[in-house]
Every structure is written in structure tokens, then in C-alpha cells.
Design a protein around this ligand. Structure first.
Ligand code: ZN
Length: 133
């Protein structure tokens, strides 16, 4: 059995395509910033790494999972969101051990490293939440 201590942090990737989905993604991003101590990543208009469409990333620690993930389930505005753990095996994290909120999307498997890497920490939160989830 693997231990959950392998999980250094999580990412949620919020995907969007076109202006109306970009507007929905902005609402999700603002809603998160108001409610959760997480690290919001760069707004990416172009595909990057294994992510095949525009998206932004949320990096968060295991302590946020039980509130943030249910909030995303109820507030994704129809968008596709990939939630994956960050362990030493990025390929497995993204392709085998992830969960999807909304419709699953293809990932660019070639962009994921074949070898193990140092697990990625969540980093310092860059939000200042003022409301309860
Ligand atoms: Zn990620």
C-alpha cells in the first residue's frame, strides 16, 4: 500500500475555452481567492505542459482538500477541472491517480516526465480569504 504522506500537495487545474468559459473561470478564481488559503497560479491563455487548453492552476496543501474540492464540485460553472496529487511520480499523478470535476479532457502525455522528480510543495498562499467556504 502507498501512504498518503507521499502527497506533498495538490493541484487543481481549471480549464476554459472561449470568452464565456473564460468569464466563468474568472468567477471561480475570484470565489477561491475570497475563501481559501491557496496559491493561485498564472492565468494561461495558451496550452502549457500536459495541459491541452487554456487554464489556471490552484496549488494547495492537504489541509485544504476537504473544503476546496467540494466547493469546486458545486461551483465549477460547467468547467472541466483536473485535481491531481503531487508525489514523486508526475506521470502517475496526472494520468492514473487524478480526479475530474466536470467533463474529462485529454492531456499531452509526452509532456510528463518519465522519471521520478522531487514532489512539489504547495508554496506559500497568495490569497487573503475573508469568507467561509
Ligand atoms: Zn498540476
Amino acid at each position: 500500500m502507498r501512504r498518503i504522506g507521499e502527497i506533498a500537495s495538490y493541484h487543481a487545474h481549471v480549464y476554459f475555452d472561449g470568452e464565456s468559459q473564460a468569464e466563468a473561470a474568472r468567477l471561480v478564481r475570484e470565489g477561491i481567492a475570497d475563501r481559501f488559503a491557496v496559491r493561485l497560479g498564472t492565468w494561461r491563455e495558451k496550452p502549457v505542459g500536459p495541459h491541452a487548453r487554456a487554464m489556471f492552476q490552484i496549488a494547495f496543501g492537504p489541509d485544504q482538500f476537504a473544503n476546496l474540492v467540494p466547493w469546486l464540485m458545486l461551483n465549477h460553472h460547467g468547467l472541466s477541472i483536473l485535481v491531481h496529487p503531487n508525489t514523486a511520480d508526475q506521470r502517475r499523478d496526472h494520468l492514473a491517480d487524478a480526479l475530474w470535476i466536470g467533463a474529462p479532457l485529454p492531456l499531452d502525455e509526452a509532456a510528463l516526465p518519465a522519471d521520478e522528480t522531487e514532489p512539489e510543495a504547495a508554496g506559500a498562499p497568495n490569497t487573503a480569504p475573508s469568507r467561509a467556504p
